[in-house]
Write a protein that binds this ligand. Sequence first.
Ligand code: IPE
Ligand code: IPE
Ligand code: MG
Length: 233
Amino acid sequence: MTDNNRIPKHLAIILDGNGRWAKRRNLPRLMGHRAGLRKLEDMVRLVKREGIRYFSVYAFSTENWNRPIMEVTGLMRLFGYYLRRKVDEVKAEGARIRFCGRKDRLPEELLRQMQWAEDYTKDEKILDFILCINYGGRAEILDAVNSLIASNPQSPVTEDDLRKHFYLPDVPDPDLIIRTSGELRLSNFWLWESAYSEYYFTDIHWPDFDEAELKKALADYAGRERRYGGLKS
Ligand code: IPE
Ligand code: IPE
Ligand code: MG
């Protein structure tokens, strides 16, 4: 394994534990989400410094609509606020913002801001910063299947045929998936793409995740041997 392989090309993080972080401080849950989004600002910089090329974060799942309307509305507002205020900083880092997920159900205003942020940063080439909002792995596979059928493909279809219909077909599969806050599950994130991902779980709540934690996760990843079903090299 070369040194290059020791750094994930695509790092994905399931941002979990904002609610518990707030609860522990006797704060409303939305304050936890605010702290969580603020944490993302540092993380883009740190991830770039590590030489990671793709950084995706799971910020809102297709199942998160089941939360109380107040929390959902508050989250949508926070996403909008983040985009208005922080896109310049992200762009200054050389990062291109991309969204991944279903566009339906998202507020019109947020959709406009998302489109603007994507256009505004589209020429940045150092890091792809992918925000998964209203994302679900099953929804993505289903949407890809329907889009593939609509394209009238030759049968039998191949994995590559299907992949071309995913939300971000050019993005490589995540090498490392980190989940904060102690839950040991994927919760419908990158279902197809995670087939050979490495996992790293930590009990730290997302708003407390910092540079030292990131380095710990990356060091752990660097020590793993990925075999893809083959034998030890
Ligand atoms: C993750 O934090 C953020 C979202 C899912 C939007 P949670 O809100 O799930 O935090 P916990 O799991 O309740 O602590
Ligand atoms: C996963 O967290 C989704 C995101 C972080 C956006 P959840 O808090 O929604 O997951 P569950 O409900 O604990 O599985
Ligand atoms: Mg949670």
